[in-house]
Design a protein around this ligand. Structure first.
Ligand SMILES: [Fe+2]
Length: 225
């Protein structure tokens, strides 16, 4: 890993506070089960829902002809996070909506970004099937609004100097990053459970920069909390 990412060997270690500049922790796992087939069964329903299907336990239990080991893993992972008081969401994704407004900064999930919350928060993430999420170490990233030309374009869009910082925050423009030239994003991989730092007032570390991968033909199955 790097100075920003650390590998842990237990779920409990994943939960320990972020320290020493690390903003992403990974519990590496090799999961048993055919998650690809399960995602494929639900993909048409995801398409019907605009590309993203929220899968509840009832829906999982009603599936026939899928690998029950995969279903068990999903139920266990969700239960483990729910036991912490979280609301883990299992999604099948065939495509995300893109930000097609043509603004100086695109703010959809395919753009590298950090998550922000008004109170202490973090993000758990696991990709079970399909292309996995990608991340960027801080050292490999530049905040897009720090590019003078983009900043000037956003100021023009806003139309005045007053409340410019609020405008940037309200539009989430300040959350997005570009990759430094020559840098390589890292991949979160399949099956591994990640805990990512989020931007919140008082966070001891920087938030983890990440994005959804470009859509390909494979439906994604992922847990996010
Ligand atoms: Fe995100």
């Amino acid at each position: 890993m790097t100075s920003r990412r650390s590998a842990v060997d237990s779920f409990d270690a994943l939960l320990e506070p972020f320290t020493a500049g690390v903003n992403a922790k990974c519990l590496s796992r090799t999961l048993d089960g055919d998650f690809d087939a399960l995602a494929a069964v639900l993909a048409p329903r995801a398409d019907d829902e605009g590309g993203l299907l929220v899968v509840d336990d009832e829906m999982l239990g009603a599936l026939r002809g899928v690998d029950t080991r995969a279903v068990e893993v999903l139920l266990e992972d969700r239960a483990r996070l729910a036991a912490l008081g979280r609301e883990p969401q299992l999604n099948v994704i065939t495509h995300y909506r893109r930000d097609t407004r043509g603004l100086p900064v695109s703010v959809d999930v395919h753009s590298f970004h950090v998550d922000r919350a008004p109170v202490e928060a973090d993000t758990f993430l696991c990709t079970y099937a399909g292309a996995s999420s990608e991340g960027l170490d801080d050292e490999d990233a530049m905040r897009i609004i720090d590019d003078p030309a983009i900043r000037a374009a956003l100021r023009e869009l806003h139309g005045r100097d007053e409340d410019f910082a609020d405008f940037l925050a309200e539009g989430s423009f300040d959350l997005h990053f570009s990759k430094r030239s020559g840098a390589t994003p890292f991949t979160f991989g399949v099956g591994h459970l990640w805990r990512l730092a989020v931007a919140w007032p008082g966070s001891p570390v920087t938030p983890c920069i990440h994005r959804a991968p470009d859509a390909d033909a494979r439906p994604r199955l992922m847990l996010i909390s």
